[in-house]
Design a protein around this ligand. Structure first.
Ligand code: C2E
Ligand code: CA
Ligand code: CA
Length: 536
């Protein structure tokens, strides 16, 4: 029992391990695929955000230039109050423009639309430090102010004077980062030489050592935009795709694992199937009655193997016995079936000391080491007398060592067992083997019974076998009797016992037990009718 349950548990654990490994591999793969895809998506999105920041800064420059063109078109700006008033209106109407100033060729301020803003400047760049954009384009420079930075856009009016628009870029950067990243990232726009002209960063500052950065560079102006984000923040941003991908991966892992266990099982092949069947005790005895040909009285039964699977389907012996024999599993199957048959038949066999149970033993098993001892202990433990057990040894296979086989048959007979030669007439070794083996019974094969009722050699051969058996002090039984005519013909040849569908096919124990009871009742009734007609 212990061995069987260990055998059962091992394949289950192996299967479980295969499914677990498959799940782990798919989940890991799923994790890397999902994370990779999310990272790529994040990179694309953040690069796009840097692009947006850049385009907004370019638009700010364009807007500054357009504003200055507008001012110039309305007449030269001078520092009188009417002119300044008109420019102030322009500034007021354009929220991105903070101030417009008239400057000298070198860049020093002559006057400003909002002269108060001059006080906010920390420093004012000289023309030589400004960046030219193209041949005739405006010049750009950083305006460092109290509490922030701004972008200066300068356009020359004539050889002596220029106009400058002060543009606030930072305000246009506020909404670029999505809300979830705003506290963990910054957006910065810089001029080519590194000076920042606009920046959005969290009020509390960004105290993270290695921010991930994404940049974009303008083709039109000497501008760079950079988006920098704390890596931890990216781990919780926009990961909606992660769990669906993991769910699919785990599902696939499960399906793959189960398929794998199936495939491995198929690769293991039919021998492993037999081993599993043994571990689950799926090999069951079926019982076919043997009977007195004249009276119909039941004299015993032959035990025939059936493989009853968990789903209730049944494999007949011809589909597994040959492989079980060649792979050395037949011995285990025989013991499993014998043990079960003894268990269920014990009450009947102790009740009826003449009831005989036949079991099929392969020649190789018969001569194998320890066979007689194991058989004796099984039968003793089963509580049945040895003389009620018949061992059917097939004549289809030749004995490798006939002398050894004969010794074992003799030993078995000394212990009281009976030995029958099965399938007599269809084997190769012929009658001399039967004689040398010294068996008790000849079991005539169905091959002869099939045609015995017709004209032909079958009846002659059977008659000859019966005579030979009598000379050797052996009994005869015929198998595969299907019709009343066959029974009559066998009786005419001198055969007394038989087995076949005429009386019953092999049955599982419950049905066999039921059959025995009903058959006895039927025979009793027939005897009563016979007696009554005799009296009459
Ligand atoms: P077998 O030992 O010659 O068994 C007789 C076979 O003939 C059985 O087939 C039985 O069901 C079948 N049979 C009996 N009466 C009739 C009948 O009237 N008509 C027909 N058509 N068939 C009948 P089964 O059970 O399929 O077994 C086939 C063979 O498998 C057996 O032939 C035997 O050689 C082998 N076998 C069965 N069980 C065992 C076993 O436990 N151990 C070994 N070693 N061989 C077994
Ligand atoms: Ca048999
Ligand atoms: Ca046979």
């Amino acid at each position: 029992m212990v061995r069987a349950s260990m055998k059962l548990r091992r394949p289950f654990l192996t299967k479980l391990a295969m499914v677990a490994v498959s799940l782990a591999v798919f989940a890991t793969g799923g994790h890397f695929i999902a994370t990779g895809a999310i990272n790529r998506q994040q990179t694309r999105q953040l690069e796009e955000l840097a692009n947006i920041a850049l385009r907004r800064s370019e638009v700010a420059v364009d807007f500054g230039v357009a504003t200055l063109d507008d001012v110039m078109r309305r007449g030269p700006m001078n520092c009188n109050s009417a002119s300044l008033q008109a420019v102030r209106l322009q500034v007021y109407q354009r929220s991105a423009v903070k101030d417009i100033r008239l400057v000298t060729r070198e860049g020093s301020v002559i006057c400003s639309a909002y002269s108060e803003t001059l006080e906010f400047d920390n420093e004012w760049v000289k023309r030589t430090d400004m960046l030219r954009t193209g041949d005739r384009g405006p010049m750009l420079f950083r305006v460092d102010q109290i509490n922030g930075v701004a972008l200066g856009v300068l356009k020359d009016i004539d050889d002596t004077n220029s106009l400058v628009a002060i543009l606030g870029v930072s305000a246009s950067l506020f909404d670029i980062l999505p809300a979830e990243l705003r506290d963990h990232g910054e957006v910065m726009v810089r001029l080519e030489r590194g000076a920042d002209i606009g920046r959005f960063a969290p009020a509390a500052g960004l105290d993270v050592p290695d921010l991930v950065a994404f940049s974009a560079t303008s083709h039109r102006y000497p501008l760079h935009a950079t988006v920098r984000v704390a890596p931890q923040a990216l781990q919780s941003w926009n990961r909606d795709g992660y769990w669906p991908v993991m769910l699919i991966a785990v599902g696939l892992g499960l399906v793959f694992g189960l398929l794998l266990t199936r495939t491995v099982r198929q690769l293991e092949g039919p021998i492993a199937d037999i081993d599993r069947g043994l571990a689950r005790r799926e090999f069951k005895p079926y019982f076919q009655p043997t009977f007195d040909l004249r009276s119909g009285e039941i004299k015993g039964c032959e035990v025939l193997a059936r493989w009853v699977h968990a789903d209730g389907s049944i494999t007949p012996p011809m589909n597994f016995i040959p492989l079980a024999e060649s792979s050395g599993r037949i011995e285990a199957i025989t013991w499993q079936i014998l043990g079960e048959a003894l268990k269920v038949l014990r009450p009947r066999m102790t009740d009826d000391k003449y009831f005989k149970m036949s079991i099929n033993i392969t020649p190789r098993h018969l001569v194998s080491e320890g066979f007689v001892d194991r058989l004796r202990s099984e039968v003793r433990d089963g509580g049945v007398a040895a003389r009620q057990i018949v061992l059917e040894v097939t004549e289809r296979e030749a004995f490798a060592d006939l002398e050894k086989a004969a010794t074992i048959v003799e030993e078995l007979r000394e212990y009281g067992f009976r030995v029958a030669m099965d399938d007599v007439g269809v084997g190769h070794s012929g009658l001399s083997q039967i004689k040398r083996l010294g068996v008790n019974t000849m079991k005539i094969d169905k091959f002869f019974v099939d045609t015995i009722a017709q004209d032909g050699p079958a009846a002659t051969i059977v008659e000859m076998l019966v005579r030979l058996a009598a000379k050797l002090k052996m009994t005869v039984i015929a198998e595969g009797i299907e019709t009343v005519e066959q029974r009559q013909a066998l009786l005419a040849c001198g055969v007394e016992d038989g087995q076949g569908y005429l009386v019953s096919p092999p049955l599982p124990f419950a049905k066999f037990d039921d059959f025995l009871i009903r058959h006895a009742v039927k025979l009793d009734a027939e005897a009563t009718v016979r007696d009554a007609s005799r009296v009459a």
